[in-house]
Design a protein around this ligand. Structure first.
Ligand code: ATP
Ligand code: MG
Length: 361
């Protein structure tokens, strides 16, 4: 049976954080375990350049950082192809064709891009490459003919855009070349878009509100202890709010029954703990200490593995080179089909060439 293709990826703009883990890395590792899929994990360096054109060095460094994070969480290059966007020619050519199928007003309506433009404060200096990155992302997904894309919910507008491109392309060029992708969202809704340590709507490399997977024990503890909680919960006895409280959102995302048994046996589950906090009488310090134990346990083996893999940086590059060449091969096939469907395959189209010879005799 032919395996379905999964495409997923990250921008090399820094190392990965626990929001990535909860949002996509954990589900990538689970998907890798089934043999129903072949997964490509794309390091989107060209997309990272759209808002970092003046800092290519950051991107170069981050490529290896991301690879270390992938290997540390359990992605296995023997099963999953780890590849780099700029090394895959189809991914730069396809956006040229797709951009004719998308209007400016459609691009401007993309809520994730709108929010990112605001956060960057681009004003009149908005790079063209930045507004059009959803087109490039549609190219990434469709070049692999990916059916599934595991991602956080900030990526849903990109998938919608990709599906629109697929349907326009197949309709206009009367073909069935492109495949419509579907998102795979995390199981727990707290992981859809994990909030930042500052309580901001999203933990994001660009917002500097992250706990990184590679953060050591001390750094993680310090970040947890200085996290934003409920500003109205001043005294331990005050009733507190758990709904927009990052400590409880992280517990929702990461805590398991075993964590309660081991570190906080006075509660049997998170709901009980929440009830106590909301009623009053449970202090922030105690909650943060518990969260710290949960995170240390979740990430300590991952950190150790990361340390081990970081001893051979040359091997990281070899892994990427191999994955990128596998990716180039499969995406080139789609590119040929796309060019054939549009009819710009003048030099290979036997029918076209034969007609020319016939009409010139
Ligand atoms: P940048 O600020 O450079 O855009 P980022 O932190 O937003 O970085 P991306 O590389 O853009 O990370 O995202 C890669 C993947 O991780 C996407 O599938 C995205 O949905 C997911 N992701 C990113 N941040 C979070 C988060 N806070 N919660 C859940 N998923 C996330
Ligand atoms: Mg992002």
């Amino acid at each position: 049976m032919e395996k379905s293709i999964i495409l997923t990826g990250d921008r090399p703009t820094g190392s990965l954080h626990i929001g990535h883990y909860a949002g996509t890395l954990e589900s990538r590792v689970k998907l890798q375990k089934t043999d129903k899929y072949h997964m490509f994990v794309l390091i989107a360096d060209l997309q990272a350049l759209t808002d970092n054109s003046d800092n290519p060095e950051k991107i170069r460094q981050s490529i290896l950082e991301l690879t270390l994070d992938y290997l540390a969480v359990g992605l296995d290059p023997e099963k999953t192809s780890l590849c780099v966007q700029s090394g895959i020619p189809a991914l730069t050519e396809l956006p040229m064709y797709y951009s004719n199928l998308v209007t400016m007003s459609r691009l401007e309506r993309n809520p994730t891009v709108k929010q990112e433009i605001r956060a960057h404060g681009f004003g009149h200096n908005l790079p063209v490459g930045f507004v059009t990155y959803p087109i490039s992302q549609a190219a990434d997904i469709t070049a692999f003919k990916a059916e599934y894309v595991p991602c956080g919910d900030d990526q849903l507008p990109m998938l919608e855009q990709a599906r629109e491109i697929v349907s326009s392309f197949n309709r206009i060029y009367k073909c069935n070349v492109l495949v419509e992708p579907q998102a795979i969202l995390p199981e727990r809704s707290a992981c859809f878009r994990l909030v930042g340590t500052d309580g901001a709507a999203k933990m994001s490399k660009s917002l500097n509100n992250c706990i990184y997977i590679k953060d050591d024990e001390k750094t993680t503890r310090e970040k947890v202890m200085s996290m934003y909680t409920d500003p109205l919960h001043i005294n331990v006895s005050d009733p507190g709010h758990t709904a927009n409280n990052p400590v409880f959102i992280y517990l929702e995302a990461f805590s398991k029954k075993e964590h309660f048994d081991e570190y906080l046996p006075e509660y049997s589950c998170l709901d009980e703990m929440k009830q106590h906090y909301e009623k009053g009488g449970l202090g922030d310090m105690k909650c943060k200490k518990f969260l710290n134990s949960v995170l240390q346990e979740t990430f300590s083996d991952i950190r150790k593995r990361r340390e081990e893999f970081s001893k051979d940086k040359g091997e990281l590059l070899n892994i990427l080179k191999k994955g990128t060449s596998q990716a180039a091969e499969i995406t080139n096939k789609t590119l040929t089909e796309v060019r054939n469907a549009i009819g710009i395959n003048y030099f290979e189209d036997v029918l076209f060439i034969n007609n020319l010879t016939r009409s010139s005799v």
